[in-house]
Design a protein around this ligand. Structure first.
Ligand code: NAI
Length: 254
């Protein structure tokens, strides 16, 4: 049996990943702001450091895999979105790289199919990729646009993954992303309840080619594949699990 760690296991997609890994008999260390083995707020430097240290302490011989799943949706405050979705994910992935290397582990991050869409804020993305958290958050505060901050955070973390996939491979660690589409979770429930987002969310949900929203288990199945030996030659990939939305919107890009 393997030993894994993850962030964001309390609800939604993360809870489904947690259930599948534990049902399969694996050991799993969960980091979250609530209901977790390690309570940590990934929007802060202290929280990120204590998450990484806590995981390493609980898995002294290394990790077979790590899933950076914690994230906030477009209804959250714009600066917080960047802090959790980009800086929190990046800090935990970087902080655990050497630890994953001890067991030739697999790291998976949860991006989003929205990260591939043509709407984003390049200035925020540049600040994130330059690791300038203060500037990225100041830009987000100024524009105060949750949806744009969300799309930009997911695009940036996916670009970060692509840029780092080679170095991770050379260090003996696999690194890939799952890009879910609209999935029924507390995150999308909150967005649907937000008057400014309700209409576009409903429209997007109705447009899914396979005719239904994703369920957390749909995404967990893909994460399970990327953690497993079945994906041993997969590196730097973005696996869209979105009922066909990305292919519908960007048919000629892959
Ligand atoms: P969710 O709200 O059910 O789960 C998010 C998890 O992250 C929760 O367990 C929450 O407590 C944790 N979290 C939030 N802020 C945190 C913080 N500061 N520190 C530590 N943990 C924190 O939402 P869902 O939908 O399950 O989202 C999981 C991931 O999937 C996110 O990264 C999200 O952006 C991504 N995603 C979700 C989609 C959807 O349609 N639901 C679509 C595309 C991507």
């Amino acid at each position: 049996m393997a030993i894994y760690a993850m962030t964001g296991g309390a609800t939604g997609i993360g809870a489904a990943i947690k259930q599948q890994l534990r049902d399969a008999g694996h050991e799993l260390i969960v980091v979250d702001i609530k209901d977790a083995d390690i309570l940590a707020d990934l929007s802060t430097t202290e929280g990120r450091d204590s998450a990484v240290a806590g995981i390493i302490e609980r898995s002294p011989h290394g990790l077979d895999g790590f899933v950076a799943c914690a994230g906030l949706g477009p209804a959250a405050p714009a600066p917080l979105l960047l802090q959790v979705n980009y800086f929190g994910a990046k800090a935990t992935l970087e902080g655990l790289r050497e630890h994953l290397a001890k067991k030739q582990g697999s790291a998976v991050l949860i991006g989003s199919n929205s990260g591939a869409m043509p709407h984003f804020d390049q200035a925020k993305i540049d600040a994130m990729l330059a690791d300038d958290e203060a500037h990225a958050c100041a830009l987000a505060e100024k524009s105060n646009h949750g949806q744009l901050a969300y799309l930009s955070s997911k695009r940036a973390i996916t670009q970060w993954m692509r840029r780092n996939a080679t170095a991770f491979a050379r260090a003996g660690v696999r690194l890939n992303a799952v890009a879910p589409g609209f999935t029924q979770t507390p995150l999308t429930d909150a967005a649907k309840a937000d008057p400014e987002l309700a209409q576009s969310m409903a429209q997007f949900e109705r447009s899914i080619p396979l005719g239904r929203a994703g369920q957390p288990e749909d995404i967990a199945n893909a994460v399970g594949f990327l953690l497993s030996e079945q994906s041993a030659f997969v590196q730097g990939s973005v696996l869209f699990v979105d009922g066909g939305s990305d292919a519908m919107i960007r048919p000629d890009q892959f």
